[in-house]
Design a protein. Structure first.
Length: 404
């Protein structure tokens, strides 16, 4: 078929009309959905994240179907032909207009790592969250997240992260910590999908029956540096399945998979979700044991504060080799990590190489390659890996964040 003839046939195609019930919901949630074809939605902030510095999501609604060829956000053969952004926007609105939620999720993470870390060699871990949305313009909401090795608790003013096994805790102001906890606000899950660029998303299937809507999407991985192995959820090609109640439009189910070396692995699944009229304030209060040690960025000398990522990594290893606890505490926020680095098996004994820092994936800091011998004698080991360092602290100076 000639290009000109193919183009004429594609242009002649028209989008099939949505079902009456779906059209009514779309017109209620997004009045202009059927009047402004191929227009860009204006940016808006998620109401639950507006007071904690969330990034505005740009929602692009594409509603022209080019025959059997599917462009980005359009549903494939057998679907309604309605852009999924237009379909999910009412779900995001209805799911967010609640006082609070209690969710139980199973995530393929591991102790010692944050929730987005993908532990492909491990088992699903239980994560439980209680989240109360903002009650007004001056209220950032409340959040509490728990998994086996850590508890994050935000009371509206301060975020406390507690690590029972290490007997250490960290404090952060509302502007630093609340946004991370609101990642477990179900409306945010929908918003994150809506804000994903169309070129990175493909709709695999969509159905509405038995009182439920279901949407299955494929998302492409974040671009990684060749030196960095995929470690976090966004580093992988992945699929997300969302379910919602057709009468309330609230989210009722969520499953996520990652693709690793051709294998599809379940990364997380929503076990239960409760939409609550209220959550007792005591849920967001955390009682800590008297022997807890407080971590965080300590006051640093001007020399330490001026270090770049590569020099900081070298100072970290050198201070550990020399037993210089004072310097190690200035570059490492974790008391437990400082103890471990000064111990026998974990203590560095020789630095072979410190490489150039690089950014990769969605990690907010940088990675610094290294080759270092740990321990001494016949039981010593040489490790070649990357140290994670970041500078998104109030002083904007580089500190150790992991990778040992």
């Amino acid at each position: 078929m000639r290009n000109g003839e193919l183009e004429r046939r594609l242009r002649a195609q028209r989008e099939p009309a949505p079902k009456p019930a779906l059209r009514t919901r779309l017109e209620q949630g997004i009045p202009d959905a059927f009047r402004q074809r191929e227009s860009r939605w204006r940016q808006e902030r998620t109401w639950a994240m507006a007071k904690v510095g969330a990034v505005a999501a740009t929602l692009t609604v594409v509603v022209a179907v080019l025959g059997w060829f599917v462009l980005g956000f359009i549903l494939g053969p057998g679907g309604s032909g309605v852009a999924f952004a237009a379909m999910l926007e009412p779900v995001a609105q209805a799911t967010g207009k609640v006082e609070g939620v209690h969710v139980v999720i199973r995530v393929l993470t591991r102790p010692g790592e944050d929730f987005a870390f993908a532990n492909l060699g491990g088992d699903l871990q239980k994560v439980e969250a209680w989240i109360r949305g903002p009650s007004g313009p001056e209220d950032p909401g409340r959040s509490r997240l728990e998994k086996l090795d850590r508890i994050y608790c935000f009371d509206g003013k301060e975020l406390i992260s507690y690590h029972p096994a290490k007997k250490e805790a960290f404090r952060a102001k509302a502007s630093q910590g609340a946004a991370d906890l609101l990642l477990f606000w179900p409306a945010t899950w929908v918003r994150q999908i809506l804000s994903t660029p169309s070129k990175d998303v493909e709709v695999l299937s969509h159905e509405e029956k038995s009182g439920k809507g279901r949407l299955l999407l494929h998302e492409r991985a974040a671009k990684l540096d060749p030196r960095q192995e995929p470690s976090f959820w966004s580093d992988f090609d992945r699929e997300t399945e969302i379910e919602w109640d057709l009468s309330t439009l609230r989210l009722t189910g969520l499953e996520q998979w990652v693709f690793d070396r051709g294998e599809r692995r379940l990364f997380s699944e929503l076990v239960s979700i409760e939409y609550l009229p209220a959550i007792d304030e005591s849920v967001f209060h955390l009682d800590l044991p008297p022997d807890v040690r407080w971590g965080g960025e300590r006051h640093a000398s001007s020399e330490i504060a001026a270090l770049g990522p590569r020099d900081l990594a070298r100072v970290f290893f050198e201070a550990a080799m020399e037993g210089d606890r004072a310097t190690l505490e200035m570059v490492c926020p974790s008391p437990a990590t400082v103890d471990a680095m000064l111990g026998g098996d974990r203590r560095p004994s020789r630095i072979y190489y410190i490489g150039e820092p690089f950014r990769s994936g969605s990690y907010p800091g940088v990675y610094v390659p290294y080759r270092v011998r740990f321990g001494s004698g016949p039981k010593s080991v040489v490790k070649e890996y990357q140290m994670a360092v970041r500078n998104d602290n109030p002083e904007h100076r580089w500190v150790f964040d992991g990778g040992i």
